[in-house]
Design a protein around this ligand. Structure first.
Ligand code: GNR
Ligand code: NI
Length: 172
């Protein structure tokens, strides 16, 4: 297991890529999952998509366990949202690829996701609350979508500008 650097804005060339399906969850995929999990725990964060460490594959990890609790990692390959509630909920989101920026995002409150697990088994999961938010946030990453795409253009452009400027000044 290795911690890998997390790609941040302004690197939209990487973060905007649409990740490719995983043909089969095999040993190489499990090694990727392990690196992603270690990187996420070290950050620390509650979710991570493969593209955030520069790998354009449809894999994500989530762990919502609290400090001091037993860890509960969720390994997800090729997720598909097969149902979403009409009811929405608001959550203040952040992203390891957009450090130190938080904003309220509205998303479906409840979703059903089909995916392959760490053993390549077909799974289905129904989620609400933070898990539903986090799954949608990570699945967005697989499609090159960032949470700032769900806020106003004014706020999004302000964030993008800030990261572009910081990079130019050598502050990233
Ligand atoms: O660590 C993270 N916290 C978080 C908080 C609210 C909504 C979504 C997230 S995901 C984020 C880690 C991350 O950037 N995953 O892509
Ligand atoms: Ni993110």
């Amino acid at each position: 297991m290795t911690t890998r650097p997390i790609i941040t804005l302004p690197d939209e060339k990487t973060l905007r890529q649409v990740s490719k399906p995983i043909a089969q969850v095999d040993a190489a995929t499990r090694a990727l999952f392990d690196d992603m999990l270690e990187t996420m725990y070290a950050a620390p964060g509650i979710g991570l998509a493969a593209i955030q460490i520069g790998v354009p594959l449809r894999a994500l990890v989530i762990d919502l366990s609290k400090e001091g609790e037993d860890k509960r990692p969720l390994f997800v390959a090729n997720p598909e949202i097969v149902a979403s509630s009409a009811e929405l909920s608001d959550y203040e989101e952040g992203c390891l690829s957009i450090p130190d920026y938080f904003e309220m995002v509205q998303r479906p409150r409840e979703i059903t996701v089909r995916y392959r697990d760490r053993n390549n088994e077909a799974m289905e999961l129904q989620a609400t609350g933070l898990l539903a938010t986090c799954l949608q946030h990570e699945i967005d990453h697989l499609n090159g979508v960032l949470f700032i795409d769900h806020i106003s253009k004014l706020k999004r452009d302000r964030v993008l500008k800030k990261f572009q400027k910081a990079a130019k000044l050598g502050k990233l």
